[in-house]
Design a protein around this ligand. Structure first.
Ligand code: ADP
Ligand code: MG
Length: 240
């Protein structure tokens, strides 16, 4: 579904991504771990061109999205993204947050968009929150709404950048539960997280990114159970 070839990203003189190669299959759940500042967010943001790669090629569903003539908007519609800080529209209700992109970008009818929103609210367990504003929600609820909003565009892949890092500990579980449900439903997902228990349980593959490179990857059993790289071992010894 996604192929990344020799992806580099620099900010000025500073090279952040130093050659990333990876193929992600449909339905795969890839969990990205690694030290702070190693380039995890930059990698994720390059996948949907929130950041323009300095060099390298990314193809998505057979199309080169880094080609100069490519229309990124159509690709972004197929890639849902969830951020650490929710990024909900504060002056719109939960229902409006979820339906705005389907109405304006996908030109869905109000009835169709509402129906999809109601189904999604049910999926994330917040059917009773349709008419409230984001500031009336807890952090965990906000993030579940942010996930529902991304799903409303019926994306082919979901990208998560530390979706639980801004949450109080007691709210982490409810968000991970929703993500697990998505994974079991066959969604293709790329998830940056420090939740190692979740990574181990839900990930099909773990990528350890260190200093702008994938320095180790494998199944959760391989990476957590028998890390080969000294840097992976060091990192895991700090976070496990
Ligand atoms: P991670 O998500 O693994 O913590 P990031 O991808 O956010 O790492 O950042 C990697 C490095 O790139 C950091 O040193 C960060 O300061 C730098 N960086 C990220 N975004 C920018 C930017 N827009 N301009 C300059 N430097 C940046
Ligand atoms: Mg980050």
């Amino acid at each position: 579904m996604i192929t990344v070839k020799d992806l580099h990203k620099s900010y000025g003189q500073l090279e952040i991504l130093k050659g990333i190669d990876i193929e992600i299959s449909k339905g795969e759940v890839v969990v990205v771990i690694g030290p702070s500042g190693s380039g995890k967010s930059t990698f994720l943001r390059c996948l949907n061109l929130l950041e323009q790669p300095t060099s390298g090629e990314i193809t998505f569903e057979g199309e080169s999205i880094t080609a100069p003539k490519h229309d990124i908007n159509t690709t972004r519609e197929k890639m849902g993204m969830v951020f650490q800080n929710f990024n909900l529209f504060p002056h719109k209700t939960v229902g409006q947050n979820i339906t705005i992109a389907p109405l304006t970008v996908k030109k869905q009818s109000a009835a169709e968009a509402d129906l999809i929103a109601e189904n999604l609210l049910q999926t994330v367990g917040l059917s009773d929150k349709k008419d409230v504003y984001p500031n009336q929600l807890s952090g965990g609820q906000k993030q579940r709404i942010a996930i529902a909003r991304a799903l409303a565009m019926q994306p082919h892949v979901m990208l998560f950048d530390e979706p639980t890092s801004a949450l109080d500990p007691e709210m982490v579980g409810e968000v991970l539960e929703v993500m697990k449900k998505l994974a079991l439903g066959g969604m293709t997902m790329v998830i940056v997280t420090h939740e190692m228990g979740f990574a181990r349980e839900v990930g099909d593959r773990i990528l350890f990114i260190d200093e702008g490179r994938i320095s180790e990857q494998g199944s959760p059993e391989e990476v957590f159970g028998n890390p080969k790289n000294i840097r992976t071992k060091e990192f895991l010894s700090k976070v496990l």
